[in-house]
Design a binder for this molecule. Structure first.
Ligand SMILES: Nc1nc2c(c(=O)[nH]1)N[C@H]1C(S)=C(S)[C@@H](COP(=O)(O)O)O[C@H]1N2
Ligand SMILES: [Mo]
Length: 174
């Protein structure tokens, strides 16, 4: 009986979030709990806007991974932040959407999530323990676990968007 309930529990846990050895859960960080301005606005296909302060992003649950970073000469860096999937879930966006990403420096790019549905993309808030600010890729930096999954750099390097401040769901997955 005990063994059966353990099995059920394990199965339930596995279903709520895709099991992954590509990231680790991270400790709460006092610097990320401070009140502050909105750093990210997310708009779903219905036009509904959801805004996030750093603390609200951190409150979605922090994870960490270490990865070579194509925007930083492929050097290895450790990033911590919420999973993109958690942000999209909170903003009522289809996990298989195409996202339009907009950065503070006016850089824009589109990202189709269909081929990378299983990839734990992170919206990093810290790097190697340092809070990200606009001068060092922040406050929000979209990062991919290049250390653990093979992703075509010709497609995905462009989606390592630093100074990310707006995500729009493209209607109809277009
Ligand atoms: N905010 C912002 N993020 C950005 C870019 C940019 O210009 N601004 N360039 C993108 C592109 S096209 C690539 S290939 C990678 C790496 O850019 P880099 O080669 O200029 O370092 O970062 C991406 N993220
Ligand atoms: Mo690029």
């Amino acid at each position: 009986m005990r063994r059966v309930s353990l099995l059920v529990l394990l199965t339930l846990c596995a279903c709520t979030r895709p099991a992954s050895d590509l990231y680790q859960p991270a400790q709460a960080d006092a610097r990320l709990s401070q009140p502050g301005p909105v750093v990210l606005t997310v708009v779903n296909a219905a036009g509904k806007e959801t805004t996030f302060t750093r603390a609200q992003l951190a409150g979605l649950g922090l994870v960490s991974f270490s990865t070579p970073d194509p925007s930083r000469k492929n050097e290895q860096h450790e990033y911590t932040g919420p999973l993109l999937s958690e942000v999209l879930n909170r903003a009522e966006i289809d996990p298989a959407a195409t996202l339009h990403l907009v950065a503070l420096d006016k850089y824009k790019t589109d990202l189709n999530l269909v081929p990378i549905r299983q990839v734990p993309v992170m919206l990093a808030l810290t790097s190697d323990g340092d809070l990200l600010e606009p001068r060092n890729f922040g406050p929000v930096y979209m990062t991919f676990p290049y250390g653990g999954v093979r992703l075509d750099p010709n497609v995905y390097n462009a989606a390592w968007v630093w100074q990310l401040y707006r995500i729009e769901e493209r209607p109809g997955g277009a």
